[in-house]
Design a binder for this molecule. Structure first.
Ligand code: SAH
Length: 222
């Protein structure tokens, strides 16, 4: 189908330009991140009407009041996590599924949790269509992580809690890393925080300013 081919070529060109300008052109140097973001078709993770803007460097609505994160922030978070092929990783806030797909493309075994059922279903359909076999999804409150599958080498959080969820710290592997947006101070921008575990020692460092949706806690039924 010639039309589809030219459409694919157009998306590929936009993808390459995004990687060159917004990733390499800034401070992204991790080869595994760059290679994976050159591969994952971001247009498959946005709505029909958004395909032509899929590669612009800003968040795009994905329905239910949520957004797919901007490519640069996705790359920056993954660069801090230093994910290697074969790593078991946890992704909180599946959203469109794009962030999880990039981690899967890096060779990780990805466990991703989304609180909104409809978004989880849509992401599952995109993973199926693209043939990702190393992504496992569940609907739930990501505050609790995925205890049955812990520990994780890396934890990526794409919604902002007010404090670092203790269950997630508990699910970090020895030498593991977690990156998350924190909105713990009123009227102050969210900060992107890198958490590391070395033995019993947990260290944290602020690495950037970000603007993620809040982590919505699931109400526990009495
Ligand atoms: N990583 C996503 C960006 C998602 S936006 C992507 O690449 O598209 C943040 C997502 O976090 C939203 O889909 C939102 O529904 C979800 N979210 C908010 N609170 C959550 C919680 N407690 N547990 C799991 N997911 C949550």
């Amino acid at each position: 189908m010639p039309r589809e081919t030219s459409e694919n070529n157009r998306h590929l060109a936009a993808r390459r330009k995004m990687v060159e300008t917004n990733l390499i052109g800034r401070d992204i140097y991790d080869r595994n991140v760059i290679r994976s973001m050159l591969k994952v078709p971001r247009e498959e993770f946005v709505g029909e009407g958004e395909k032509e803007t899929a590669y612009e460097d800003h968040p795009i609505p994905i329905g239910k009041g949520q957004t797919i994160s901007q490519p640069y922030i996705v790359a920056l978070m993954l660069q801090y996590l230093e994910i290697k092929a074969g790593d078991k990783v946890l992704d909180i806030g599946t959203g469109s599924g794009y962030h999880a797909a990039v981690m899967a493309e890096m060779g990780a075994m990805v466990y991703t949790v989304e609180v909104i059922e409809e978004l989880k279903e849509r992401a599952a359909a995109a993973f199926d269509k693209l043939g990702y076999k190393n992504i496992f999804l569940k609907r739930g409150d990501g505050y609790n992580g995925w205890p049955e599958e812990a520990p994780f080498k890396a934890i990526n959080v794409a919604c902002a809690p007010r404090y670092i969820p203790q269950p997630l710290i508990g699910q970090m592997a020895e030498g593991g890393k977690m990156i998350l947006p924190l909105s713990d101070r009123m009227n102050r921008p969210q900060r992107l925080v890198l958490v590391k575990r070395d033995g019993d020692k947990i260290s944290r460092r602020e690495v950037s300013y970000v603007a993620f949706v809040p982590m919505v806690r699931e109400k526990t039924r009495e």
